[in-house]
Design a protein around this ligand. Sequence first.
Ligand SMILES: O=C(O)[C@H](O)[C@@H](O)[C@H](O)[C@H](O)COP(=O)(O)O
Length: 297
Amino acid sequence: MSTSVSASAAAAAALLPILTGRRSPPASRVPAMATDGAAPDAGSKNKLLVFDTKEDLAVSLAKYTAELSEKFAAERGAFTVVLSGGSLIDALSKLTEPPYLESVDWSKWHVFWVDERVVPKNHEDSNYKLAFDGFLSKVPIPPGQVYAINDALSAEGAADDYEACLKQLVKNGVIAMSAATGFPRFDLQLLGMGPDGHIASLFPGHPLLNEKERWVTYIKDSPKPPPERITFTFPVINSSAYIAMVVTGAGKAGPVQKALSDKQTSSDLLPVEMAVLHDGEFTWFTDKPAVSMLQNK
Ligand SMILES: O=C(O)[C@H](O)[C@@H](O)[C@H](O)[C@H](O)COP(=O)(O)O
């Protein structure tokens, strides 16, 4: 879209040498840049978009999400969308306005959370409340297709209950399965990243990063309050068909630089670096401050 043209072009010019492989970075991680504001290299499964303003980012994210909604509604008769908490919800604001409010087939949406804080749904820390107030209350998704955690349960109980809910929806054909990984394959996961490089409730150095069996697990010692949360595991995150990683602000420039550089070592990966799709398309929605360390290299 024209709103992303100048920002993407400017950033692309600066980033292209870093991101297109003069030093042979891993192909699975390093994105293609948008060089003219249109879609970046259509052949690439990793894309980096850089916007001038939050408004521009929100316009592009709405278009991207609406297009995927149309695609999956046509292909599968359902569109499974995973939300995170944080600033992502604000970035979805354009979907609640014309033309998307009318043009999106909201009846096909099924909404999940990549992570949730173990608090009542009306608590100010609740990711459900954040999403409901800022997004879900403004669009006509059938309430029975919004899958909040059971807030009457403990962290362990809520994780088990949420995993059982996902398994039932796989059986019903609402959620697809990845034949390749044996984990659920959500159509779109809309994620954010913390300044420490965490995604979902998967924090740097935490043993949960190595979970290989569970679909949903829990944490009781989250370094970001509140301490008790449930979270999707990496096998589920990495089985998605599409991920939009929405990251803005200078406070995130360090982890963005680490995630998009070619200098990773296998021993000290940030959680965001471990988000590598098995067979899907990963798009970064960023602003100039978030990619500022790349530009300064
Ligand atoms: O429950 C949570 O804490 C969130 O789901 C969390 O994973 C969030 O997405 C990131 O911390 C980014 O948040 P910001 O975009 O607000 O920095």
